[in-house]
Design a protein around this ligand. Structure first.
Ligand SMILES: [Fe+2]
Ligand SMILES: [Fe+2]
Length: 289
């Protein structure tokens, strides 16, 4: 693997609205009305808006110290993209809340914990946590953009389009927080420790949250429904050793997000979503900056 941190990445801010397509999204929107996958996507969406506010704040803390003009431009793009993800996922969460999910509670809980982290953690550690979580989103984004089976899991167009658009932009800006951390001379020890703690916390909190949500959903009491959903999950692209290996690779000395080359994948998806006949051109409310 080669380190390509000096590659210039374009990070455009696209103003989007999915409100129309969200209107007819059913409660169990995942493919085949799957319980676990619907609740997993809802759990991720529930933490995104306030989690992404935390990412933006932790990068913004150091914006004035970034002297490289290319990285400064990417930082501005990162802030624009994450702010838009927050806005779209809040709308997505409003729809999920109306369908009976506890996404608004999840937003409030995430806000409480991120505010707490901002009070007790150094700014360097906040940025290290952000860079670690950006590797999570980049790894999941790469899976979604590469694997049609992963995209098919989302079922309804609204969920698939929101997550695929988000995935493209996570891939576009995947190295920004990491490069800022490196530019400010962030410690390797803190970087790796932040990832180890984040991995444990994020995975266990998500599993617990999804398990509770599924068990509280009356649909899971239908005979065989839960068993069938677990069977599907075990066969989904998420149940994959390579995915876990990619997440753990972050702990390696001299790791860089661009060690996973996604430039071609990004170009390909920019064309599919926003090219001449782009699938999401009608969701753009203002053209890319
Ligand atoms: Fe995001
Ligand atoms: Fe991100």
């Amino acid at each position: 693997m080669t380190q390509t941190s000096n590659v210039s990445h374009d990070v455009p801010t696209r103003r989007m609205s999915f409100d129309e397509v969200l209107k007819d999204m059913p409660k169990h929107f995942a493919a085949d009305g799957d319980l676990i996958l619907s609740h997993l996507a809802a759990a991720l969406s529930g933490v995104f808006p306030d989690g992404e506010d935390f990412f933006v704040a932790s990068v913004r803390n150091y914006r004035s110290q970034v002297t490289d003009p290319d990285l400064r431009r990417q930082v501005n793009g990162f802030i624009g993209q994450e702010a838009m993800h927050g806005r779209v996922h809040r709308s997505f969460n409003d729809r999920l809340d109306a369908l009976g999910y506890h996404t608004k509670f999840s937003e409030r809980r995430t806000k409480f914990f991120t505010k707490l982290q901002q009070r007790v953690m150094s700014e360097e550690r906040q940025l290290a946590v952000t860079a670690a979580l950006e590797h999570f989103t980049a790894t999941l984004a790469e899976l979604l953009l590469r694997d049609p089976k992963a995209r098919a899991m989302f079922g309804h167009d609204a969920a698939r389009q929101v997550f695929v658009w988000h995935a493209l932009e996570e891939a576009e800006h995947k190295a920004v927080a990491f490069d800022v951390y490196r530019a400010i001379g962030g410690s390797e020890k803190i970087r790796v420790r932040a990832m180890r703690q984040t991995r444990l916390m994020f995975v266990s909190a998500t599993v617990l949250q999804v398990a509770i949500a599924v068990l509280l959903d009356p649909a899971s009491h239908r005979r065989g429904a839960l068993r069938q959903s677990l069977w599907r999950f075990r066969r989904s692209p998420l149940w994959n050793r390579a995915l876990w290996k990619q997440l753990k690779d972050y702990d390696r000395p001299n790791f860089h997000p661009d060690d996973y080359d996604t430039d071609q994948l990004v170009d390909q998806w920019r064309e599919i979503l926003f090219g001449t006949d782009g699938e999401l051109n009608d969701k753009l409310t203002r053209s890319a900056a």
